[in-house]
Ligand binder design. Structure first.
Ligand SMILES: Nc1nc2c(ncn2[C@@H]2O[C@H](COP(=O)(O)OP(=O)(O)OP(=O)(O)O)[C@@H](O)[C@H]2O)c(=O)[nH]1
Ligand SMILES: [Mg+2]
Length: 237
């Protein structure tokens, strides 16, 4: 998080972390697709010829608060390939919250666990206290055979303190729902340190409403709270 009072600017950093091929880049692509064209930044992707993330992907989303602050939400992904651990650590620096993208297939369980440990290790290496950085877990690829059942997801939800979201990122299912959880967690973590409502006049409700009013929530669990815009829209009523 960077808060610049002179420039009246707040930057929030979210990192999508997890094993190789779990769907981190796909999540960002789907968010990009659902963000109104006139407010989204360009999605920056640095990848190998076979579409594996090499450094990171970055999708910035901007809005202005009613109190006149400019907010930049920067969504990053890390490269999941084992050899790129140093890059993962660098990208993780200064993260306000993490979306951990796991593959729901049973065969991926061990990989998920080892990247979870890797996340905690890299947080500590960066001087981040894992207890202070909220994580949201997405179980992705729920369209594939032999995945953890809904009951097992529910069990993880009950066992851990992290919110758990099921997803089929290639179809956009669970993607905005994950973003919602991770942004809410990031807001709360930042607010705990710098009191956003008091100091810059930005409440949690305004933060979330501003972000999701830039997105097409049609068919997602967020649609009731943040109604989808008419196609081709983006104009305030
Ligand atoms: N069946 C299925 N495939 C998915 C889903 N989400 C992503 N994929 C596919 O999984 C592959 C890897 O997705 P990426 O988003 O590139 O994975 P990544 O986590 O960014 O991988 P790295 O950059 O190497 O760490 C691609 O072929 C995606 O189309 C899903 O929900 N279901
Ligand atoms: Mg990637």
């Amino acid at each position: 998080m960077q808060l610049n009072h002179a420039q009246r600017e707040l930057t929030v950093k979210i990192v999508y972390y997890g094993p190789g091929l779990s769907g981190k880049t796909t999540n960002l692509q789907m968010i990009h697709q659902r963000t109104l064209a006139d407010v989204r930044g360009r999605m920056l992707t640095v990848e190998t010829h076979d579409d594996r993330t090499l450094f990171f992907d970055l999708l910035p989303v901007f809005f202005n608060t009613q109190s006149g602050f400019k907010v930049k939400v920067k969504l990053f992904t890390v490269p999941g390939q084992v050899i790129h651990n140093a890059t993962r650590r660098v990208v993780l620096q200064g993260a306000d919250a993490v979306a951990f993208i796991a593959d729901s297939r049973r065969a991926a369980g061990q990989d998920n666990n080892s990247y979870w440990k890797n996340l905690l290790e890299n947080m500590r290496e960066n001087g981040l206290d894992p207890a202070q950085v909220p994580v949201v877990i997405q179980f992705n690829k729920r369209d594939l055979p032999d995945t953890k059942t809904d009951a097992e997801l529910e069990e993880s939800r009950q066992k851990g303190k992290e919110p758990v979201v099921g997803a089929v990122a290639i179809r956009g299912e669970g993607v905005l729902e994950t973003l919602y959880e991770v942004l809410k967690a990031a807001y709360r973590a930042i607010d705990g340190r710098v009191h956003l409502a008091k100091n810059i006049g930005l409440t949690e409700k305004e933060f979330l409403t501003q972000v999701f009013s830039l997105m097409d929530t049609k068919g997602t669990a967020l649609e009731a709270e943040f109604p989808a815009k008419p196609a081709g829209g983006g104009q305030a009523p």
